[in-house]
Design a protein around this ligand. Structure first.
Ligand SMILES: *Cc1c(COP(=O)(O)O)cnc(C)c1O
Length: 395
């Protein structure tokens, strides 16, 4: 038959480009820090998850070098066969203590935690009650589980309660409430204290994905510590790749949970373990957060200052409560244009966020604070954001 079996590749990309939805990847030419050479020029980066600046922290980098010299570059196996090191055990013990839980597990990534563990926690006879703005990796995990998925309105406890009542009537074997801790596009927080209260009434399991809360909330310990809910959340998923600045997914909770995850999560069982240098850097990163509280303090000082200033210029920062600060523009073309001018003319790197990550009419630039920014950096960014915002009639 005379047909090109891969013609759709070009066709689909042409369509994406036409809709302004193509990702243009820019390449960093040095470490990820606020002043960084990107595509050949120095820019001020306002768009990384490396909130505390630990990706380039000397102690973290040194730990990675030392472990690489001692243990080599790769792990050589999946964690359950021969890919776990004494370093891995040290990390898991330290992280559990840090999170004030019985046990923890270093998994391949935050995405792998959701796609590997959720389908084992729930299945066909169960119901997952999920916040409407949950991360895509949660959505994928729930899809793989085959459980019935019910969506509740974003952070809406009365709607959650309503959905739980329905779920109870349906006679599900297990009910699981799943929420992001910090929502990545808006920077708002799950009302976890209220969720815990409601869950108890229905005997529901709680799974919180705290990838953006760790390193930032609760003095770095995350959203559970922020609300003083230690011991009340059944499954805490997280990532060492954001606030902690290194790499890897985490699960924290009871010993039973960790044993279950080790033996059942398919991504944990079937994907190679982290290189030892990464594990050692993760250990060092927790030590830095514990011993150097100035990083968490700085990111919050910058957050409060920057948010107040952009709001007084007239920008809409939505529901932001964390170092994720959206500048909500509305029109997708205008959001793209603001980001483009900021990058090309002002050397400020912020990411435009458009459909399908957010609703079309809520297109935005997402700004994220970093502990390594200085007051001068913030003022430079603010004056550019004000100038270009006025030029484009946004403010
Ligand atoms: C970033 C993120 C993930 C994925 O974590 P990785 O460690 O980067 O794979 C999962 N869930 C949420 C809510 C996230 O923000």
């Amino acid at each position: 038959m005379n047909r090109d079996p891969v013609a759709f590749l070009k066709e689909d990309m042409t369509e994406l480009r036409r809709s302004n939805l193509e990702w243009i990847i820019r390449y960093l030419e040095e470490g990820s820090k606020p002043h960084c050479i990107v595509n050949g020029k120095e820019v001020l980066m306002l768009n990384t998850n490396n909130y505390l600046g630990l990706a380039t922290h000397p102690k973290v980098v040194q730990a990675s070098i030392d472990a690489t010299k001692k243990y080599g570059a790769g792990a050589g196996a999946v964690p359950v066969i021969a890919g776990s090191f004494d370093l891995t055990r040290e990390f898991q013990e330290k992280f559990a203590k840090y999170k004030e839980v019985e046990a923890s597990l270093l998994c391949q990534t935050g995405f792998a935690v959701n796609s590997g563990l959720i389908p084992m926690l729930v299945g066909k006879p169960d119901i997952v009650v999920s916040d409407e703005l949950n991360h895509g990796s949660i959505i994928d995990g729930v899809r793989l589980s085959g459980a019935k998925r019910v969506i509740y309105k974003h952070r809406d406890i009365s709607d959650l309660e309503k959905q739980l009542k329905e779920a109870e009537k349906g006679g599900a074997r297990r009910i699981c409430i799943i929420t992001d801790g910090v929502f990545s596009m808006d920077g708002d927080m799950a009302p976890l204290d209220k969720i815990v209260d409601v869950a108890e009434d229905f005997g529901a399991m709680i799974f919180v994905d705290d990838c953006h809360g760790e390193g930032v909330l609760g003095d770095g310990k995350g959203i559970v510590a922020h609300f003083n809910l230690q011991g009340k959340v059944h499954v805490e998923g997280g990532s060492m790749s954001k606030g902690f600045g290194v790499f890897g997914g985490t699960v924290a909770g009871s010993k039973d949970l960790i044993e279950f995850c080790k033996n059942k999560s398919r991504t944990y069982l079937l994907s190679t373990a982290h290189p030892p240098g990464v594990v050692a850097a993760n250990i060092a990163s927790i030590e830095v957060v514990e011993n150097e509280p100035q990083h968490v303090k700085a990111v919050w000082e910058h957050t409060n200052y920057f948010k107040k200033e952009v709001q007084s210029m007239g920008y809409d920062t939505g529901r932001s409560e964390t170092p994720i600060i959206p500048l909500i523009i509305g029109d997708p073309g205008k959001a793209q244009e603001l980001a483009r001018i900021l990058f090309e003319e002002e050397n400020i790197y912020g990411t435009p966020i458009v459909f399908p990550m957010v609703a079309r009419e809520l297109s935005r630039i997402r700004v994220q604070m970093n502990a390594l920014l200085t007051k001068d950096d913030l003022n430079t960014a603010l004056s550019s954001i004000e100038k270009v915002g006025k030029k484009l009639d946004i403010i």
